[in-house]
Design a protein around this ligand. Structure first.
Ligand code: TYM
Length: 344
């Protein structure tokens, strides 16, 4: 842990925090939504103060589906600005773009060669997106091996993610254990850290489907940069039910429960408290909208500041990639050596 003569003095950096590595990632496949924020980014903001944390914009994952190169470039920068505006601080954590650290693609290939067809076929995210369509890209199938590489390169112990990534984390653990057993101790076995609330924020218009960047339902997706007016409108139109009782019961009242979950994840209150304080759906919706507007307002203000200085954002990402490479490259060399590749 920590290289003595490292360019960025990892040893110094690590003495002030627990020497526990955190890594997480997010795809630049569209604008950041409240699900991303409550399911993952809120935990990142906390973890950066407590651990040696790495956060990556996973652009290589974003090309596993049909995409526009122009839009991908724009989204990558916009996502970096949004993450900085949300409060990720490059002075205390490392923020970088995945494709800027070539070790990710290299280790991904090695891990693909240890993963089995059966394991990759069982990934529900692949099954959801792939739907037995012959023209889907091979990269979508091997996507979880790239994600495993992202994590294992940093010897990460904690991986803060939303509920939908749990299965990918299980596979990452399996691949790491298999590699260590067959080829010798190489990787730390990571653990998903999933928040108790906000781990699976549902679409407001279709509360049995997950809120998603690529959703075809703009009315059901709350974006981080939505204006207070848009947030109020979307929340006030959220689908509920005809029961007229505010209860946290995700199975029977998915819409109302999603609103309670949103409120609790944004404020830290418990679902029971919130349910007991509200009797009307309209009242609950107003509380949810107010809580989200208050949560997002500072992020939106800072975002406009970062937009004025894209050169600074590029500088932060460049530095981040150098710092990331310092940790990732020694792991890659160890993995190559242990699996029998002759290193130059
Ligand atoms: P992505 O880009 O889809 O989402 C980024 C993070 O947001 C969480 N999330 C949600 N949480 C709650 N409710 C929702 N509706 C919701 N939608 C998304 C996700 O769980 C995730 O934590 N495969 C990953 C990216 C990735 C990664 C990694 C993550 C690539 N390499 C290494 C961790 C570690 C993905 O597509 O996330």
């Amino acid at each position: 842990m920590g290289i003595c003569h490292s360019l960025f003095g990892y040893q110094c950096r690590l003495t002030s925090k627990a020497v526990i590595r955190v890594l997480s990632g997010i795809q630049p496949s569209g604008d950041l939504h409240v699900g991303n924020y409550l399911g993952a980014i809120q935990a990142w903001l906390q973890d950066q103060h407590e651990f040696d944390a790495f956060f990556t914009i996973v652009d290589l994952h974003a090309i596993t589906v049909e995409h526009s190169p122009e839009l991908l470039r724009a989204n990558t920068l916009k996502l970096a600005m949004t993450l900085l505006a949300a409060g990720l601080d490059p002075e205390i954590c490392t923020i970088f773009v995945q494709s800027h650290v070539s070790a990710h693609a290299e280790l991904s290939w090695i891990l693909e060669c240890t993963a089995t067809y059966g394991e990759l076929s069982r990934m529900t995210q692949f099954k959801d997106k792939g739907k037995s369509n012959d023209s889907i890209r091979a990269g979508l199938f091997t996507y979880p091996a790239l994600m495993a590489a992202d994590i294992l390169l940093y010897q990460a112990e904690r991986v803060p993610v939303g509920e939908d990534q749990r299965q990918h984390l299980e596979l990452t653990r399996d691949l790491a254990i298999r590699f260590n057993t067959k080829y010798g101790e190489t990787f730390t076995i990571p653990q998903a850290t999933i928040p108790p609330l906000g781990a699976r924020v549902m679409d407001l218009a279709h509360p049995t489907a997950k809120m998603s960047k690529s959703s075809k339902s703009p009315a059901g997706t709350l974006f981080i940069l939505d204006s207070p007016d848009e947030i109020s409108k979307k929340v006030s139109r959220a689908v509920t039910d005809t029961e007229n009782s505010v209860r946290f019961d995700p199975v029977n009242q998915p819409g109302v429960s999603n609103l309670i979950d949103l409120y609790c994840a944004a404020t830290g209150e418990s679902p029971v408290e919130v349910a007991s304080r509200h009797t009307m759906y309209g009242e609950l919706k107003k509380s949810v909208a107010d809580a989200l507007i208050a949560l997002l307002k500072p992020v939106q203000d800072r975002y406009s500041e970062f937009c004025k200085d894209p050169a600074e954002v590029s500088r932060i990402l460049k530095l981040g990639a150098l710092k990331a490479g310092e940790v990732a490259n020694p792991t890659l060399i160890a993995a190559k050596t242990n699996i029998g590749l002759v290193t130059p």
